[in-house]
Design a binder for this molecule. Structure first.
Ligand SMILES: *Cc1c(COP(=O)(O)O)cnc(C)c1O
Length: 474
């Protein structure tokens, strides 16, 4: 074939390669359950497998693809596997996989209105759906899709600082609980706040931000001439699924004119479910909310989202209007998302949420989230009634923390910590399930995050049986 450009493939090659890729993805979906969710390897093993000089000559695509399918993919964990309980699973869904493929295939530029009026409009529309679900003002409110929750939290804090502090933020103080996600501390550091400008508020026995301690800290800071500026509350901590007392934080923020940011990257999704939304009462009073569709809204990576009560805040924070962009500036009703966030060139993330919501309908999402919440509650019930396991933090927004602590033995706390650590390590090393530990009140506990709608009671029972087998041999 005569090539018109260096990257040209003929139509038959394009089709054939494409079908091979889709077939591989479909096979992965079909066989997922028979694969092991965890795959560990050392740097040395990976170097042995992949290390090479930059390839100067061409290779057959099919050889490249088969080495990727044989070596790269199997050496990756499977976050959508029904027995991947750890960290936060990534259940994903196939329609959104296709949407991402389309967005990449057409290489849609979702930075500005001119790049794609339709991409901008679909981002506006899906953001409006979310605004409505989160009971934010739809006309006045706004938002933007980001790469993930970390980026949404960072975008929120930049916006808050711009609105409340302007350029001088040397006396501004941020309040955050000891259970808040590390990405918030990271964002605070990126923004150049000093350690002395952050108050880490202890949590109560249920891992909620202790309101009395929060009020004390704010009062002390004011007495010291500092400016309480932002409270970051969690709507579903990653560790235990705990929701901070949102209504009480909202009252404090209103009275003290403090920015109210809710990090709902983990739990925000339950607003889509009739069973779940009661847990997030008060979230609608926030100034900004982070949600993370690539977690419990079943989207493939990467997709986070920031919602704000007033869309102009984003524009005031991020619009630069440099000369070379002037010609393509739309009118005010035509949104350029490069003016609403950090990125200029952006992929078309909204498409996957749009296509999956349209295809499956909101009701399917609602039922899936309800199922996840129920699965965790029923698992709690099962564990509570067993003579081997003990609940440490009850099922909360589909997260449950428990430990091996048989009723007929009298292990010390130290022994229990060691035992549970071993159980987790051995299960994970077997590859059969991803079940890691976390530390709660100095206890090493096993944590299950059950946001995968494919996970069944039988999966969980199998993993627990494996845990007991391991415990017997320790
Ligand atoms: C996962 C998570 C984040 C970070 O989100 P990424 O998408 O991983 O960047 C932030 N906050 C909470 C509560 C989370 O669970």
């Amino acid at each position: 074939m005569k090539k018109n450009h260096p990257f040209q493939l003929n139509k038959e090659q394009m089709r054939s390669y494409g079908y091979q890729v889709i077939d591989a993805i479909v096979d992965h979906y079909q066989n997922e359950k028979n694969k092991k969710p965890v795959s560990l390897a050392t740097r040395r093993e990976m170097d042995n497998l992949f290390l090479e000089e930059v390839p100067k000559k061409e290779h057959d695509f099919e050889d490249v693809l088969s080495s990727v399918l044989n070596d790269v993919m199997p050496k990756s964990n499977i976050p959508s596997h029904p027995k991947f309980y750890s960290f936060v699973p990534g259940p994903s869904n196939y329609v959104s996989v296709l949407a991402d493929t389309l967005a990449t295939g057409f290489n849609v530029f979702a930075g500005g209105w001119m790049g794609s009026p339709a991409a901008a409009e679909i981002e506006i529309i899906t953001i409006n759906w979310l605004l409505k679900i989160f009971k934010f003002p739809v006309k006045k409110g706004g938002g933007i899709f980001t790469s993930g929750g970390s980026m949404a939290n960072l975008t929120a804090l930049v916006t808050a600082r711009r609105q409340l502090c302007g350029d001088d933020f040397s006396d501004a103080v941020i309040y955050i609980s000891d259970q808040a996600h590390s990405s918030n501390i990271k964002a605070i550091r990126i923004l150049g706040f000093k350690k002395e400008q952050v108050r880490v508020i202890p949590t109560d026995i249920e891992f909620k931000m202790a309101i009395n301690k929060l009020k004390n800290a704010i009062a002390k800071d004011k007495l010291n001439g500092l400016r309480p500026f932002c409270i970051i509350a969690s709507a579903g901590t990653t560790n235990t699924g705990t929701v901070d007392p949102l209504n009480e934080v909202a009252l404090i923020c209103k009275k003290e004119k403090i920015w109210f940011h809710v990090d709902g990257a983990y739990g925000g999704a339950v607003m889509l479910s009739s069973r779940g939304k009661k847990y997030l009462k008060g979230i609608e009073k926030a100034d900004s909310i982070t949600i993370d569709p690539h977690k419990w809204l079943y989207q493939p990576y990467e997709m986070g989202c920031l919602l704000v009560r007033d869309f102009r805040w984003l524009n005031k924070t991020f619009s630069e209007k440099p000369e070379y962009l002037k010609d393509i500036e739309g009118n005010t009703s035509e949104i350029n998302f490069y003016d609403h966030g950090i990125q200029l060139t952006r992929r078309f993330r909204a498409l996957k949420l749009y296509m999956s919501l349209k295809t499956f309908g909101l009701k399917t999402f609602e039922e899936a989230i309800d199922y996840n919440i129920r699965l965790a509650e029923e698992t709690e019930e099962f564990l509570r009634n067993s003579s081997h396991w003990e609940i440490v933090s009850p099922a909360t927004l589909a997260v449950i923390n428990f430990r091996y602590n048989p009723v007929d033995k009298n292990y010390t706390e130290k022994e229990l910590n060691l035992l549970n650590q071993k159980i987790s390590e051995k299960i994970t090393a077997s590859g059969e399930a991803a079940l890691v530990t976390t530390i709660l009140n100095k206890m090493t506990v096993l944590r299950m995050c059950l946001i995968n709608p494919k996970t069944t009671h039988e999966d969980i029972r199998e993993t627990l049986r494996q845990g007991l087998e391991i415990a017997k041999d320790i």
